[in-house]
Design a protein around this ligand. Structure first.
Ligand SMILES: *Cc1c(COP(=O)(O)O)cnc(C)c1O
Length: 820
């Protein structure tokens, strides 16, 4: 027996101090006793691990404090459920938020170790595809910063997003191994384990009061084990938890099979369980649609909900108080099966009656929609859903019956409306509609920019919006200014502090004070010098990784994001080809020297996206080897885009390309990162670009192209791209150059699919927007040639982008949705 004091009497350890000498001593201690290495033979990785462990101790002090306070106050907790968290590296973030950066640098320096060298060795945790996952990571940091008790829940993928390599200009996917050196940030919580079932059937039994209880008897079971990573907010005031689930077998080895000589069969269960959380699906804005994906979704939802209910009950709260003590935000439809799972847990495990359980459920959940693209709307074939989750299928039918009856009886909806509201799509093979399930199971449904939210009301959720007119609201995305300004751009941060003081560090809205300096010649000079230094840093990266030399005095024109037809990297490349042609035809003109930089990954199965990468590389090879444009045009595709690469590219951009087909980008967050760091945006009126224009002022952003409304109209009227192409000499010349193999002499037809697509249907309005885009690019050139005007605009961008801080977004979620 262990005899302990009562829990309230147990003290916390004395908080650690942050003097560089103490830090240095602790780093040596961790190296010796934590890692078992003599400093004399320690590798750079050992130094990194020891340093992280020392930083981590300081986080833990705050973590315990935060958790105890939340418990003591019985405070409401926010749970952010997301299948993706694109967190990147954590050490710099943690040090900077704790205010330890200089002290650690000094401590390491006294030991002969350079902070920047070991920081660069930290793996980039890429447990996400793109914007949606990065938003979840920014939100976690802002939740801690604005002091909201919150947990992020997701999956601890062994392999995050693939590593992208180029082979002769083609994308090749390699497995990514972020856990190869272990992960000093995480704590495995063996005691926080839950059983997760799949398959089997449903039986009935009599409950305590002789009521009928449904009992799911799964045919397969796995264990979900928690791994916790502390997330520290700005100034280290609060530390929240990111809890990621890993799957383990119930029977690690089938000994009977092993002893009978079936050594592979003996590990069947083990392999099957571990497959569940082995890889992140590399699809972005596309429903993965495979059984393993539904298994991943259910696995992490069930584990998270069991954990949430356990904590709620342990705290002594009744289930009826769940909506008062718990808010669960669904990041897209990936966790939508949670709605059915919470119903099952409440009714079948905790004996709550159906109607009461339903009220608890929809009052607890809220749902964020991230895309209107039809190919991204998740739905599962009824037979698959029924086989894997038989009890949840019953719940979906029961919820559906309740909702449709109400719509029909009380609100006289028509048959077509009823069909569209239904949780089951009956139009072809019967499918479960996860978007409708998330909507119906939530009290709040939000879009991620003003435009996107309006389009949501008019398109995907028009009927559900009619049924529940108070539920849809907007929460425009944001980015954390800690990572996307202070850490990625320390020089600009210093300059800003020098000019306007430190207020903006705690409230990004205070950046507006910089407006007063926008036309100040000496400030412009300093701002330009910072930009120049950041461009040199990127040029060094490109030189060392790719052997290409860039001139930092040229305009750095950057488009980095997932490769997708709607994001229109193709429009940018075609304009590059047209510019190449123009420069060669008119060498006498004063061309603005440009470097066109691209980076981004394509989903491995997305043929056209991969072709776009190859085209960028083929165009780069020809352009960069043509002496007649030397010094005027360079094209570079940097491989393996991830958060760490973004942190170098964003501060180095002069021009930010945000050129999606209007109506198709829900918000974008890349757009915000660039503008905050003093880039000019060239963009369409899409997603958050619309609100960026409102904030920075229309004279400080270059807008072109059709509006969402005009795109809709052109499509409805059967727009004819051929006529448009024939009307533009520049465009037709560029298209025929690409189509005829000027950039692919080894395979002249290589790009015919891409070019034919534009001629035949041009779904993404590349041809339609081309002339307007090309003209906008020449307007950009004109601004560039007047540096006072250029820096006046870019400084105003930095000054006016503070509103796009994710702190503001999180505060809005909290005041309108969670009320924590
Ligand atoms: C910000 C970010 C994104 C999202 O970029 P968009 O331009 O909004 O699509 C994607 N990937 C990474 C690594 C990011 O940092």
């Amino acid at each position: 027996m262990i005899k302990t004091l009562s829990k309230a009497d147990l003290p916390l350890p004395k908080p650690r101090v942050s003097d560089p000498e103490v830090l240095a001593a602790e780093i040596i201690e961790r190296l010796t006793y934590g890692i078992g290495k003599d400093a004399k033979v320690a590798t750079p990785h050992d130094w990194l691990t020891a340093t992280i462990l020392v930083v981590r101790d300081r986080i833990i002090d705050k973590w315990m404090e935060s958790t105890r306070a939340t418990y003591a106050n019985n405070a409401k907790r926010v749970y952010y459920l997301s299948l993706e968290f694109l967190i990147g590296r954590l050490m710099r973030d943690a040090m900077s938020n704790l205010g330890l950066m200089d002290e650690i640098r000094q401590a390491l320096g006294s030991l002969g170790v350079e902070l920047d060298v070991i920081a660069g060795l930290e793996p980039d945790a890429a447990l996400g595809n793109g914007g949606l996952g990065r938003l979840a990571a920014c939100f976690m940091e802002s939740l801690a910063t604005v002091d909201i008790p919150a947990y992020g829940y997701g999956i601890r993928y062994v392999h995050g997003l693939f590593r992208q390599q180029m082979a002769d200009g083609w994308q090749v996917e390699l497995p990514e191994t972020w856990l190869a050196h272990g992960n000093p940030w995480e704590f495995e919580r063996r005691e926080s384990s839950y059983e997760i079932g799949f398959g089997g059937g449903v039986e009935t039994a009599n409950g305590q009061n002789d009521e009928t209880r449904f009992v799911w008897k799964p045919s397969e079971r796995v264990i979900a084990t928690a791994y916790d990573t502390p997330v520290v907010g700005w100034r280290g005031e609060r530390v929240n938890t990111l809890r990621l689930w890993s799957a383990q077998p119930i029977d690690p080895i089938l000994l009977d099979a092993f002893n009978a000589g079936d050594h592979i069969g003996a590990l069947r269960e083990s392999n099957k369980a571990e497959t569940l959380t082995r890889v992140l699906y590399p699809a972005d804005a596309n429903a993965a649609g495979q059984e393993l994906r539904l298994r991943q979704e259910y696995f992490f939802c069930s584990a998270s909900l069991q954990d949430i209910l356990r904590r709620h009950l342990q705290q002594g709260n009744p289930l009826s108080a769940l909506p008062d003590k718990v808010s669960i935000q669904l990041n897209d439809t990936h966790p939508a099966v949670s709605v059915a799972e919470l119903m099952r847990l409440l009714c079948d495990i905790h004996g709550v009656d159906f109607d009461t359980a339903w009220e608890i459920t929809w009052k607890t959940f809220s749902y964020t929609n991230h895309t209107l693209l039809p190919e991204a709307l998740e739905s599962w074939p009824v037979p698959l859903f029924e086989r894997l989750l038989p009890r949840h299928m019953q719940m979906v039918y029961a919820i559906n019956a309740k909702i449709l009856l109400d719509a029909r009886k009380n609100r006289s909806f028509s048959d077509p409306e009823i069909r569209r509201i239904s949780l089951i799509d009956e139009s072809g093979d019967r499918r479960v509609r996860m978007g409708n399930l998330a909507f119906i199971g939530s009290h709040s449904i939000n879009g991620v920019s003003a435009l996107h939210t309006e389009l949501m009301k008019e398109t995907v959720f028009a009927d559900l919006h009619k049924l529940y007119p108070d539920r849809i609201n907007n929460k425009t995305n944001g980015i954390t200014p800690r990572r996307w300004l202070m850490q990625c751009n320390p020089q600009l941060t210093s300059l800003l502090r020098e000019a306007i003081g430190d207020d903006f560090l705690d409230d990004a809205g205070k950046l507006t004070a910089l407006d007063a300096f926008a036309d100040d010649a000496s400030f412009q000079e300093k701002f330009a010098a910072v930009k120049r230094a950041n461009k040199e840093r990127l040029a060094n990266l490109v030189a060392s990784r790719m052997g290409i030399r860039l001139d930092p005095s040229a305009m750095f024109d950057i488009q980095i994001k997932r490769i997708h037809e709607y994001k229109r990297q193709l429009l940018n490349i075609i304009e590059t080809v047209a510019l190449f042609d123009q420069i060669r035809s008119h060498p006498e003109r004063d061309w603005v020297p440009r470097v066109k930089l691209f980076a981004g990954k394509a989903a491995p199965s997305y043929h056209n996206a991969k072709l776009i990468i190859k085209l960028a590389n083929d165009v780069a090879r020809v352009v960069n080897n043509d002496p007649s444009v030397r010094g005027l045009l360079k094209v570079v595709f940097i491989p393996n885009y991830n958060v760490s690469l973004a942190e170098v590219m964003v501060p180095a951009a002069d021009l930010s390309e945000q050129i999606s087909t209007a109506g198709m980008e829900a918000s974008g967050t890349g757009n915000m990162k660039f503008a905050l760091n003093g880039a000019l945006t060239i963009g369409t009126l899409d997603g958050a670009n619309v609100e960026m224009r409102d904030h920075v002022g229309e004279e400080n952003i270059v807008i072109f192209g059709k509006t969402a409304e005009e795109v809709g109209k052109a499509r409805a009227e059967g727009y004819n791209p051929r006529a448009t192409i024939e009307g533009s000499r520049e465009l037709s010349q560029a298209l025929s150059a690409i189509a005829s193999g000027v950039f692919s002499p080894d395979d002249r037809d290589r790009f015919s699919d891409l070019i034919n697509g534009i001629y035949q249907h041009d779904w993404f309005m590349v041809a339609e927007d081309f002339d307007s885009y090309a003209k906008a690019q020449r307007d950009v050139d004109a601004i560039w040639t007047d540096p006072a005007s250029w820096y006046g605009k870019t400084i105003r961008n930095t000054a006016r982008m503070g509103w796009f801080s994710s702190d503001r977004t999180i505060r809005q979620y909290n005041s309108d949705i969670w009320r924590a």
